[in-house]
Design a protein. Structure first.
Length: 211
């Protein structure tokens, strides 16, 4: 069987549930780039379907992540629809220090989580990759919900890593989706950076309630 035939055969085996999740996930990203609050509705629908897809594939951290996505989508909807003053949430930037501390926290949690999962699994690398993508996505989704501009840089890295992971687990349509995600994430950054007045988060004590 030729390489092309193997690829065609692989995509022919993709389930209807996975294809539906892919379409909804793509709709989420395209709407998020346009800062359309309806992206969160697509996110909820996609997450529910991916909970099933990842559970069947044995990617338990990715499956658990979908529950978080549903909760964050509800939060994101409320945040994007407007504040108490009736104004929509503005795009903002984070100081480098905040990013450094957040990355360190994600790495620490990943190492602990990966080690715990690896003890009950024959795989030595996948649990760590699974955990890194999951916890990195948790952090980055929080940035999206609060419209932090730099979220798009994190997504580029996470999406590429996720594409490789999903392909190795036989989730070919989802792997292709995340390759596309990594490309669209750059467009998302460019679109959000055009916000007329991007705000820079300053003193933590002053902005804790709005970050």
């Amino acid at each position: 069987m030729s390489a092309l035939a193997r690829v065609v055969d692989a995509f022919a085996q993709v389930t209807a549930v996975e294809w539906a999740a892919v379409v909804l996930a793509l709709a989420y990203l395209l709407l998020a780039i346009r800062q359309n609050a309806w992206c969160w509705a697509s996110s909820i629908a996609s997450a529910v379907l991916y909970l099933v897809v990842f559970g069947r594939a044995g990617l338990y951290m990715q499956a658990a992540l979908q529950v978080f996505y549903v909760a964050m989508s509800v939060y994101g909807w409320r945040a994007w629809r407007g504040t108490d003053q009736g104004a929509g949430l503005p795009v903002r930037r984070w100081p480098v220090t905040w990013h450094a501390l957040s990355i360190a926290a994600v790495v620490a949690v990943t190492l602990v989580n990966g080690a715990l999962v690896a003890k009950s699994s024959d795989a030595s690398i996948v649990p760590y990759v699974d955990a890194a993508i999951a916890w990195g996505s948790v952090f980055t989704t929080l940035l999206v919900a609060r419209k932090v501009l730099e979220n798009w840089f994190y997504w580029i890295v996470l999406d590429v890593a996720a594409a490789v992971l999903y392909w190795t687990q036989g989730l070919y349509a989802t792997a292709l989706l995340f390759v596309l995600y990594s490309v669209l994430a750059w467009g998302g950054y460019r679109e959000w950076s055009r916000d007329p007045h991007p705000r820079v988060a300053g003193d933590l004590s002053r902005t804790a309630g709005e970050v």
